[in-house]
Design a protein around this ligand. Structure first.
Ligand SMILES: C[S@@+](CC[C@H](N)C(=O)[O-])C[C@H]1O[C@@H](n2cnc3c(N)ncnc32)[C@H](O)[C@@H]1O
Length: 244
């Protein structure tokens, strides 16, 4: 029985692209905001937790001279992304099967280098503990060129219980408006499947470990980012990051 890691979400990788769009309000708009904040003339870009390669694809489209190095600890996700990116005709993408928590702690073990123009991530870093998020932001800051940027799209810890209820309701309304039900989408989740071995934690990641937006902006400032910003926010999802 195959093991499915935190962040893979669905039991079958082939369900991810359609399923995540049914689950999350404005997924494409959110990834487009990350890509839009990366300078189009970037040459070296690091992506953390690439999944099926949807953000990679948008970044490769936006940055015609960029080489994208994408990390993901799931061999299934890396393989799926590789096939998609190859079929789209890009030869500027390398997928590396690796845990980005391990990269934060022991960068010397990795052959990814530094001096990146940009680092991007979507829906992945919230699987780390807050301590590891802070360490990862430090590592990202050190791996960027001066003037380089980091943009992360992630769910945030709601600002209050009332807002948590609102964000939850908005998510359910979104799913219903996609012509399906929360129950139907949930039936495809790895956590509800008998056909896979669902790992509640793997490597440095566990199930959702949300932090407030404010706490994460503070971590970025402590990691030496000169500009810290939130270019996009939609209820409980935010694109945030900064420039070193
Ligand atoms: C929800 S998916 C998002 C994928 C993609 N970025 C997107 O937005 O569609 C999260 C991805 O992060 C990966 N992931 C989670 N924790 C990780 C870690 N510690 N190291 C590497 N990959 C990780 C999972 O394998 C999964 O592919």
């Amino acid at each position: 029985m195959s093991q499915v890691f935190p962040g893979e979400v669905f039991a079958q990788t082939t369900d991810f692209d359609a399923g995540i769009r049914q689950l999350l309000p404005n997924y494409d708009q959110m990834l487009a905001a990350v890509a839009r904040c990366v300078p189009a003339n970037s040459r070296r870009i690091l992506e953390l937790g690439c999944g099926t390669g949807e953000l990679s694809h948008k970044i490769l489209d936006r940055c015609p001279a960029a080489e994208v190095i994408a990390l993901d600890y799931s061999p299934r996700m890396i393989e799926f992304a590789r096939t998609k990116i190859n079929q789209a005709g890009y030869q500027r993408w390398s997928g590396i099967e690796a845990d980005f928590g391990e990269w934060a702690n022991n960068p010397e073990k990795f052959d990814v280098g530094t001096e990146f123009d940009a680092c991007v991530s979507s829906l992945a870093i919230h699987h780390l503990s807050d301590e590891m998020k802070a360490k990862l932001f430090q590592r990202i800051g050190k791996s960027l060129k001066s003037g380089g940027c980091f943009w992360n799209a992630d769910p945030i810890l709601p600002e209050s219980p009332v807002l948590a209820e609102i964000y939850k309701a908005v998510g359910e309304e979104w799913t219903k408006n996609q012509g399906t039900t929360i129950q139907e989408v949930r039936s495809r989740l790895a956590s509800n499947s008998d056909s896979v071995d669902y790992a509640t934690s793997y490597g440095y990641s566990s199930q959702d470990q949300l932090a407030t937006l404010d706490a994460q902006l503070q971590m970025l400032m402590e990691a030496g980012f000169n500009t810290v910003a939130v270019p996009w926010k939609c209820y409980g999802l935010a694109v945030f990051g900064g420039i070193v």
